[in-house]
Design a protein around this ligand. Sequence first.
Ligand code: GLN
Length: 540
Amino acid sequence: MSSAKYIFVTGGVTSSLGKGIISASLAKLLQARGFSVTIQKFDPYLNIDPGTLNPYEHGECYVTDDGAETDLDLGHYERFLNTPTSQSNNVTTGRIYNTVITRERQGAFLGKTVQVVPHITDEIKRNIKILGESGKYDIVITEIGGCVGDIESLPFLEAVRQFRWEMGPNDTLVIHLTLVPFLNAAKELKTKPTQHSVKLLSETGIHPDILVCRTEYPLPADIRKKVALFCNVNVNSVIEAMDADTIYDVPLLMKKEKLDERVLSKLKLSNKQEPDLESWKAFLGRLKNPTSYINIALVGKYVELPDAYKSINEAFIHAGAENESKVKIHWISSEKISTDTVANLLGSVDGILVAPGFGERGLEGKIVAVQYARENKIPFFGICLGMQCAVIEFARNVLKLKEANSYEMNKETPHPVIDMMEEQKKVTMKGGTMRLGAYPCELQKGTKAYSIYGKSKIMERHRHRYEFNNKYIKQYEKEGMIASGVNPDTNLVEMIEIKDHPFFIGSQFHPELKSTVQNPHPIFVKFIKAAIDYSIGKQK
Ligand code: GLN
């Protein structure tokens, strides 16, 4: 039997209240007190994972070391805790049903009717326990996606109810995140939505222990008392969660509200140490007191929805703080970029990042952006499709292979400088079949990539089907674009760079997925450094 304690985080009133950030902030505080903590997210949709979802539907798809395609909240968990997550940290309704139905076909329930209760709820409970029983964690925080009252969340809530009933009285805890809106016309904070939300949750048999109330204004004592009385919790279990300047302030705001102390006392956990948040505070100090300001263009096709590039955005925040620089990201739609518009759109920035992506839309604009960065010696970083664009651009404009392209975009191209990977050719199913998760990469000594990492063996996370076509490698190297990082097992090119350029780097992997507050990713850190140098150079 596991000795881990379990915290469930539910949400009410409306979506987008920031359950992920509250969960990550609480986890950070508990970790700072010496507990080992992990966070898991249950998503109530029927896709097996978000890998097949368009970013417009669900924001970025985050990828773990073990190759799970997951919800972007897992990125927050890793960035706050600096510990990796895995497949077990994100479970969808689709995956739960898939497992149960597969077992039904195997005959695991022969003779029985397979039902939501108990079979689906049992499978949910099994998934809750996987992390707790691994022996690695003192505390498992499980975030239930969606809003209380949604039909699709019901099996998860029923599983939580059963789970609490089965466990000891001090082994589980429910935190409900709700909204206390301010009505401008009445000039009043309103508690009724919270009361209704708690009532809805109570109808599922779950009574919250702690209420975290999102609010734009401080919650006065009488409002806290009212919420406590009508929602049947202690007054000191009504936690105010004010809007913050940055998500990285939230752990400190939660500490001020004593959320972690309430949690420890309710779970009857004895404190290990006072929270050690020195390095976190130092990061915030650097973040909030920049000594320089730089402008980076993020060229992509989902720019209206910054959540589509969440990890890149956060990696820039970490790297900016590391350089004591405020990074302003200019989100530029690659569809707007052409040889006529490029100077206007990119002429004043200090660095250009070409984003990952799929499909043909906006590709040509990305290639023009690469050419602009290469020819004008502007710091450039291309990630995944961004690196592939750099390879195509170099082929077309330097190697003079005018029709060079990626096999993804043009199956007829005479020069597929980006080709389909051998192992991908036999793949017919779409979900979970890309090259996913962490792979080793060997960096060549003497390259910029090597100097960025300061070592030769690295592991980075992937999510793609296409790759650099090694048939062309000699031509590239002859003209100055080199493969600075290669997979030692398969010989796949993982990083490229241009020798005769202050900073021109492409990575087939996604470094943004491994950038955390504690360990800002070195490529982003050095890219920002190059942008600062470029901006100083411009002023001279
Ligand atoms: N579409 C490209 C591929 O599948 C790049 C993917 C990406 O940028 N994540 O290889």
